[in-house]
Design a protein around this ligand. Structure first.
Ligand SMILES: [Zn+2]
Length: 125
């Protein structure tokens, strides 16, 4: 397996103000796990109401809770699970966070994978 970084997270602009997010306790990724849980419950309810549907292509396209990249001061108060940018600087840290978050039942209902790509982390098995 090859883990590489193609980009540099420090050059990715804040999604709110558009300015770069310097490393060091001023910003990073944030998500609202309650939103992810709401989507998870919606998914569970749909599957309970549609037991005969087995083809993935027939499933509705699920929305995901967004991991927002930005300054803490810019982010919405509804986000409350935070990862400081200085703790997400290299592939080893990204893998560590991914393994940690896999223990959260709400992870699959967020756009974590897309954000890892956006931050420049690429994995090639
Ligand atoms: Zn900002």
């Amino acid at each position: 397996m090859v883990i590489e970084t193609k980009g540099d997270a420090s050059t990715l602009p804040c999604e709110v103000c558009g300015k770069t997010v310097p490393v060091g306790q001023v910003g990073g990724l944030a998500v609202n796990p309650h939103e992810a849980n709401r989507i998870r419950e919606k998914n569970r309810k749909w599957r309970a109401e549609n037991p005969g549907v087995t083809r993935v292509s027939d499933f509705p396209r699920y929305e995901t809770a967004h991991w927002e990249w930005g300054h803490w001061k810019c982010q919405d108060d509804s986000t409350w699970y935070y990862i400081d940018s200085q703790r997400l600087q290299n592939p080893k840290q990204a893998l560590g966070w991914t393994l940690h978050l896999m223990g959260k039942h709400w992870l699959l209902y967020t756009d974590w994978q897309a954000m890892m790509w956006k931050l420049g982390f690429a994995v090639h098995p």
